[in-house]
Design a protein around this ligand. Sequence first.
Ligand code: NDP
Length: 288
Amino acid sequence: MTATRIDGKAHAARLRARIAEQVAELKQAHDLVPGLAVVLVGEDPASQVYVASKGKQTVEAGMKSFEHRLPADATQAELLALIGRLNADAEVHGILVQLPLPGHINESEVINAIAVKKDVDGFTVANSGRLATGQRAMVPCTPLGCLMLLRDQMGDLSGKEAVVIGRSNIVGKPMASLLLGDNATVTVAHSRTKDLPEVVRRADIVVAAVGRPEMVKGDWLKPGAVVIDVGINRTEAGLVGDVDYASAVEIAAAVTPVPGGVGPMTIACLLANTLTACCRANDLPDPA
Ligand code: NDP
């Protein structure tokens, strides 16, 4: 039997439609419009595409979008001054600095200059710590989108064996925290993990966030596993994930495709976080 193809694109469209309704209600009931500021430094082509797409979807959801483009040679001080202005701007509820930043910029200092309440990417040390300690946090968009897809596919994750491949601060680690929060039994694998196929084979849930084209093969999987492929790899054959989709669908119960799986959920979750940030800034309950 071939696995279910988890349609992240359709799921993200439903999420965006719900957010647009909530944004309209917020406007009507409280005369509030959530605002997202995106900061782009330099001319990286992939970053430009992401930023344009984020701006478009922000406006489509009825929110305000503020784009700030700085030249590649912008200084650390200029960038910090901009973040300071956005932190103080009441119309801006969420701030996102598009990564990667040029090499002469201290990325960590810039990210951590973002006001914690406006950190809709959830990358500040404060939000990472809150998530890791089970406190109310802004949750990084990609792992949040993965969790939504998993809950939708599997319902209760309690007691499931989950293997997260990758331990980055922006995907692997927050993903592990979220799965723990949902009471899964979590293993985090990385480049030093011994016998990775054997580790993956015990998982009911596999989240691959590695950056290696089609590394995870079907014969690594436990029959019936649910596989979330975060990887985005540009190859001569086009865009592929970290999972060998063709062999994975022969063994798994459900797999996310690349493209059309996790990617669209990431931007939808950014909009969700911006709406949440706006509600919290105005002492309103989080949107349902
Ligand atoms: P990083 O490069 O920061 O982390 C990669 C992780 O994979 C590291 O922890 C590394 O281990 C581990 N790794 C590398 N090689 C192996 C291996 N052979 N076996 C096991 N583990 C290995 O990447 P990110 O977390 O930022 O991103 C991962 C992927 O997800 C990329 O393809 C990226 O493009 C994509 N991505 C997609 C998003 C989306 O919206 N869909 C958003 C963000 C990222 P170690 O720590 O030991 O080096």
